[in-house]
Write a protein that binds this ligand. Structure first.
Ligand SMILES: [Fe+2]
Length: 423
């Protein structure tokens, strides 16, 4: 008799081999898509008013001409959605690696070694023509693990701008520029040493203190939180305190899914509101979303994590619950408490948190919608240089665009090898 695990594995393989539905094949007929703009050609509108007119009948379609790699890619769950036109090829990203920082006892006593090693690259390699594949390597690491450590990063604003541009700046071959730091209430490049911060930007955040910071993702009060947080240690605390902490939110979400299905269901289906107010600078940002966001298309894959207890506002049950009266409201609040308690339980599991003592010029690039970060407290002694950070954010859509372009581009170059899927 086959085990449940084997049956599941066979079922998932069978799903991958299923042919694409006929309506999809009909709609993705290459004859219905422009080779130059990659937009639909069967949407017809009045040349003057722009009012939509009935579409002409689609041309006949030969259904079995998509390469198997393309068919399988569409049916596989990815970190991001990607549906390149068949003529462009297949999206083939690196394998996802969910990680924990659980110490490996074979490496030494508890706390000395970790089963997870942060992918590490040098700043120089990213800008050296002889290592032109380094940007692709950086993007691949970011996709797979959500965190990369870049050594030897200049601690000035220009270093940050160059790094931001390098990760999200347009075409991977360098044909176009763009991307770069995202402008937020903290400006483009920010500094946590208050004296260096641009005077017109906000410092209304607990990051501008010496206290510890619980694990969180940044800018949960934005409708689309930044894709990357680029965080460069300019001056570490003199006595070695103030270590940076990280946690894989995707791994934590999957752990919650298996450990407490009801908590996972609640935190994926309930939106909470987050806020940042800086009255002096005139900012009042608010945005809502679930703590664990599932991919809106496949409704299964964890697409992003939005978690910051310090910025999360008190929750009100949705109207459908409130209409049912106080008893249902009370049950909703109890369920919410249980869900957050289970989530906190996963986040605080021993060994899940990665701790790094960053040296000057050590820059972590973190996928902000996946990997949480925090900080241990640090001491400020008279006469010591103050611990200071320089950093910036990049846009989430630009990052995902780079991933799509990077992990499909080899196929574009070699499309004859894979077939052009012309009807
Ligand atoms: Fe933060």
């Amino acid at each position: 008799m086959l085990s449940t695990q084997t049956l599941r594995s066979l079922a998932s393989k069978a799903a991958l081999l299923r042919p694409l539905p006929q309506p999809y094949l009909a709609s993705m007929n290459p004859a219905l898509w422009s080779d130059s703009t990659h937009q639909r050609t069967d949407i017809v509108c009045h040349p003057h008013s722009g009012m939509k007119k009935p579409s002409p009948s689609p041309p006949p379609h030969k259904p079995n001409n998509f390469p198997n790699t393309y068919v399988n890619s569409l049916q596989r769950r990815h970190q991001i959605t990607c549906t390149p036109p068949p003529a462009l090829g297949t999206f083939r990203p690196p394998a996802m690696q969910h990680w924990e920082a659980r110490p490996d006892r074979s490496l030494g006593s508890f706390g000395e070694g970790s089963t997870f090693t942060v992918p590490t690259m040098s700043y120089e390699s990213l800008f050296d023509e002889e290592t032109s594949g380094a940007n692709d390597e950086l993007l691949a690491h970011l996709y797979a693990t959500g965190i990369v450590l870049v050594k030897g990063t200049p601690t000035d604003d220009e270093g940050m701008r160059a790094l931001a541009d390098c990760v999200t700046g347009g075409h991977p071959t360098g044909k176009s520029k763009g991307g770069g730091p995202l402008r937020t209430l903290y400006g483009e490049v920010w500094h946590t040493s208050v004296g260096s911060q641009d005077k017109a930007t906000s410092t209304a955040d607990s990051a501008y203190t010496s206290d510890s910071l619980p694990l969180h993702t940044d800018m949960t009060y934005h409708s689309t939180p930044p894709g990357l947080q680029i965080f460069n240690m300019a001056t570490p605390a003199a006595d070695g305190t103030g270590a940076s902490t990280y946690l894989d939110g995707f791994a934590a979400a999957e752990r919650l899914r298996t450990k407490n299905a009801d908590a996972f269901d609640f935190l994926t289906s309930t939106a909470f509101t987050y806020r940042s107010v800086d009255a002096d600078m005139g900012w009042h940002l608010e945005a809502s979303g679930p703590v664990i966001q599932l991919d809106p298309v496949d409704q299964h894959t964890v697409a992003s994590v939005r978690h910051n207890d310090l910025d999360r506002l008190a929750a009100v049950p949705p109207p459908a619950v409130r209409e049912q009266g106080e008893e249902e409201e009370a049950l909703w609040y109890e369920r919410m408490e249980r869900a957050f308690s289970a989530w906190d339980g996963v986040i605080t599991e021993p060994g899940r948190r990665l701790i790094i003592k960053l040296e000057a010029g050590d820059c972590t690039i973190v996928h902000n919608r996946r990997v949480m970060h925090g900080r241990e407290s640090f001491t400020l002694k008279e006469g010591d240089a103050a611990r200071s950070i320089v950093g910036c954010y990049t846009d989430a859509d630009n990052l995902e665009s780079r991933w799509r372009a990077c992990f499909t581009k080899d196929i574009i170059k070699n499309k004859e090898r894979f077939g052009t899927a012309k009807a």
